[in-house]
Design a binder for this molecule. Sequence first.
Ligand SMILES: C[S@@+](CC[C@H](N)C(=O)[O-])C[C@H]1O[C@@H](n2cnc3c(N)ncnc32)[C@H](O)[C@@H]1O
Length: 252
Amino acid sequence: MENKEANIYETDELVGQYCDFQYGDEYFGVTNFAKACAQKAIAYTKDIQQTKALDLGCATGYASFELAKVYEYVDGIDYSQAFVNVGRQLQQTGRISYTQNGEGEIKNRKEVTIDDFGFGEASRKVHFYQVDACALAPEFKGYDLIMATNLIDRLYQPHLFLKRIHEKLNAHGVLVLTSPYTWKEEYTAKEFWVGGYRDVNGNEISTLDGLKEMLGENFELIATEDVPFVIRETPRKFQYTISQMSVWKKKF
Ligand SMILES: C[S@@+](CC[C@H](N)C(=O)[O-])C[C@H]1O[C@@H](n2cnc3c(N)ncnc32)[C@H](O)[C@@H]1O
């Protein structure tokens, strides 16, 4: 990644927001997104070996812990050191505290413990790393499941991840992606968008089309489904988004 200092995911504001998103209350009846995605990924892999999983772009780690309730070994990888530190702290000390926005300049301190989520035993099976998803080292390999939720449209060059990720999966392993496909030039230069643009003939290229193009050689698309999520910004401002989950089975 080119500009680590400007990485929004290193800021206190986003650390607080993601702690609340992953470990805080549910809003408008929408299930915790990290929990929903991990449980769906577990269900999509129930007929294959469930030994080793990778949660790529794991943020503050909730889904990595949830996967470890079933998987024997889970790597949680994120580019943000501040996010990875939250997962490690919960694992090592059994608790985290974070700042939640109130009105205006008011900030409230919230605290959660590992027992609030039943992660105590599972947490020992999780390994967190601050690593770039576009440049994964050779030792990250041999996974039965790779999950990357809401990651692709935040990568600086998503094709670097998408074109190589099959090498990291075991035969018949499963790749679970989710994304709301909110492409923005501040994260991804337009030339690298997987979809959300018109081609030279004026045809609309959707991100799912782009994913089929990039992943089709090595994967079969086995399912898509919508997964909603709510991120709390302030007591009266929430982002309500519908992410698309796509599930890809490695061909060989
Ligand atoms: C929109 S958040 C999604 C977080 C979480 N997976 C979720 O579903 O809520 C994007 C995440 O991707 C991480 N990220 C962005 N670029 C990355 C990269 N090159 N390598 C690894 N993680 C990256 C960010 O730090 C952030 O945690």
